[in-house]
Design a protein around this ligand. Structure first.
Ligand SMILES: Nc1ncnc2c1ncn2[C@@H]1O[C@H](COP(=O)(O)OP(=O)(O)O)[C@@H](O)[C@H]1O
Ligand SMILES: [Mg+2]
Length: 225
C-alpha cells in the first residue's frame, strides 16, 4: 500500500476578515498534494499567500472551507489542542522570523525538539543535536544563545530544530533570505537531503529550481510552474 500523502489540501479557501473593508480572499478552492518524501518549492510575489498556505498546512490557521490532511490525518475540525498535537508529531516548521527559545542555546533548542522520543533518544540528544547543527553548518554555534547568532545562523538552527523530530513534512518559509547565495544553496541542499517531504518558500528562482516539483500561487490558486 502506498503511504498517505504527506500533505493533502482539498478545496481549501482562506480569506482574512478586515474591520472596515471587504475580506481579503487569499486562497480559493485549492487542491494541493505533496506525496510522502516529495520535495517541492513555492515561489511568487509578496502577498500572494505563500505564508498563509504554510500556516494552513501547519494547522496554525484554519481554512474557511476545505480539508487539510497531514500524513493521512485531517487537521480540519479538530480543536486547537489536537492540532498542536498533530503538529508536534508530524510537522517541522521553520518560519521567516525564527522561532527559537531565547534562553536556550542552539544545541538545547535542537535537543528539546529531539527529546520527544523517549529515554534513549534523550540520552543521545546532545550528540544528535550537535550533529544536526553541523549538517546545517552551525555546529560551531552550538553553545550560543539565539540573540548571539546572526540572522542567517538563527535560521539554520531553526531548520535543525524543524527537522529534529523526523516530521512527515518540513515547511520552510524564506529561511535562507539572509544568507549569501552559496551558503543558501548549501542549506537548501541540506534540507533536501533530509528523508522527509519538504515544501520551501523562496524568492530566488535558482533556489526554487533545485527541485523538479515547483509551485507558484497565482489568482488564489496553487499551480505547478
Ligand atoms: N492576519 C492577517 N490579517 C489580514 N490580512 C492578512 C493577514 N495575514 C496576511 N494577510 C494578507 O493576506 C495576503 C497574503 O499574505 P501572505 O500569506 O503573508 O503572503 P506571502 O507570504 O506570499 O507574502 C496579503 O495580502 C496579506 O496582506
Ligand atoms: Mg510570506
Amino acid at each position: 500500500m502506498n503511504p498517505a500523502p504527506a500533505v493533502q489540501l482539498t478545496g481549501v479557501s482562506k480569506s482574512y476578515a478586515l474591520p472596515d473593508a471587504e475580506p481579503i480572499q487569499v486562497l480559493s478552492g485549492v487542491d494541493f498534494t505533496i506525496e510522502s518524501g516529495e520535495k517541492a518549492s513555492l515561489i511568487g510575489p509578496s502577498g500572494t499567500g505563500k505564508s498563509t498556505l504554510l500556516a494552513l498546512i501547519a494547522g496554525l490557521l484554519e481554512p474557511d472551507s476545505g480539508i487539510v490532511e497531514i500524513d493521512g490525518t485531517p487537521l480540519t475540525s479538530r480543536s486547537e489542542h489536537e492540532r498542536a498535537g498533530v503538529r508536534a508529531r508530524t510537522i517541522g516548521i521553520a518560519l521567516q522570523s525564527d522561532n527559537l527559545i531565547p534562553f536556550l542555546s542552539a544545541r538545547e533548542n535542537v535537543e528539546l525538539a529531539l527529546g520527544f522520543g523517549g529515554e534513549v533518544a534523550r540520552r543521545r540528544a546532545p550528540a544528535a543535536a550537535r550533529e544536526l547543527l553541523e549538517q546545517f553548518g552551525v555546529g560551531h554555534r552550538a553553545d550560543h544563545l539565539p540573540r548571539h547568532l546572526s540572522g542567517g545562523e538563527a535560521q539554520r538552527v531553526a531548520l535543525a530544530v524543524a527537522t529534529a523530530n523526523h516530521p512527515a513534512v518540513l515547511l520552510a518559509d524564506e529561511v535562507v533570505g539572509q544568507l549569501d547565495a552559496e551558503t543558501a544553496e548549501h542549506v537548501i541542499d541540506t534540507v533536501l537531503a533530509v528523508d522527509v517531504a519538504v515544501l520551501y518558500v523562496t524568492h530566488d528562482a535558482a533556489l526554487a529550481d533545485r527541485v523538479s516539483t515547483r509551485y507558484e500561487i497565482t489568482d488564489h490558486q496553487v499551480r505547478l510552474r
